[in-house]
Design a protein around this ligand. Sequence first.
Ligand SMILES: *[C@@H]1O[C@H](CO)[C@@H](O)[C@H](O)[C@H]1NC(C)=O
Ligand SMILES: *[C@@H]1O[C@H](CO)[C@@H](O)[C@H](O)[C@H]1NC(C)=O
Ligand SMILES: *[C@@H]1O[C@H](CO)[C@@H](O)[C@H](O)[C@H]1NC(C)=O
Length: 295
Amino acid sequence: MEFALWGAMALVISAALSSAASLGNVSRFDELFQMNWAADHMDYDGGLVKLKLDSSSGAGFASKKKYIYGKATVEIKLVGGDSAGTVTAFYMSSDGDKHNEFDFEFLGNTTGEPYLVQTNIYVEGVGNREQRMDLWFDPTTDFHYYSILWNPRQVVFLIDETPIRVFENKEKKGIAFPGYQAMGVYNSLWNADDWATQGGRVKTNWSHAPFVVTYRELKVDGCEVSVEASINDEVRRCGGSEWGKEGRYWWNSPAMEELNVHQIHQLMWVKAKHLIYDYCSDFARFPTAPPECVR
Ligand SMILES: *[C@@H]1O[C@H](CO)[C@@H](O)[C@H](O)[C@H]1NC(C)=O
Ligand SMILES: *[C@@H]1O[C@H](CO)[C@@H](O)[C@H](O)[C@H]1NC(C)=O
Ligand SMILES: *[C@@H]1O[C@H](CO)[C@@H](O)[C@H](O)[C@H]1NC(C)=O
């Protein structure tokens, strides 16, 4: 009786939350996000969102809510022309010194030279899981979709729905997996010319400022975490298979628990053609393979 009542209430709450969490249009930017760095370095007129970097500041925005599991997607056109020294970041992160984090970092370059995409994963405060790749398109001439899918079984980085990286849950083998912490969704543009471009050799040329990155669509389908509830209850609620079965938390559904055959082939293609650096195969840095790596 008590359980049934709780279940019914949870259903109502979830319906309300999932409609608020879903956004397919930057014109509703304010509902989902807020500036968390240099609001005077962003443009938003109800249409596109633009972040600007000049010698005084970069800029960034963050989701108003935190989530446990979900899929965040941003449609970005990166800084065109000379973007050397700049980094555009799209990431999910929890708070605290044992935080989890999933990073997309787009490393700018001199005019005509290719952007690199660096991804990284922090689990319980520890990162050092970098991968770098180049792209099969010019990310500065058009908008493209970049997504992070996170559920109890895997974290997947996708570009235009092509998976470029997967971090599987191998907790059964004693390998830590980033669950159990609520995460926000963040976007920013900043100067990182001490390391970003050609190993830090090429510096930001401020005579080309402001550097501008443009967002067209922002979407977070996620299980919003209630600040009143205990985190353990929220992890259970947001990870519960009963929600997936109803199709409500579709990002937890069986089809999302692992890549399908088509996606496995896509990932193999990306790794063969575009992967430039993988920490798993960096023997100099990690003589002993990190536990999640297969060598
Ligand atoms: C975004 O929302 C506006 C206003 O509701 C609408 O006119 C426009 O067609 C929407 N754009 C997309 C891509 O959904
Ligand atoms: C920039 O271009 C150079 C030369 O093509 C390339 O080696 C490098 O990987 C590119 N990307 C970055 C971020 O330095
Ligand atoms: C910076 O850009 C200006 C204008 O395009 C150019 O004249 C100058 O040589 C550039 N500086 C460097 C260090 O490349």
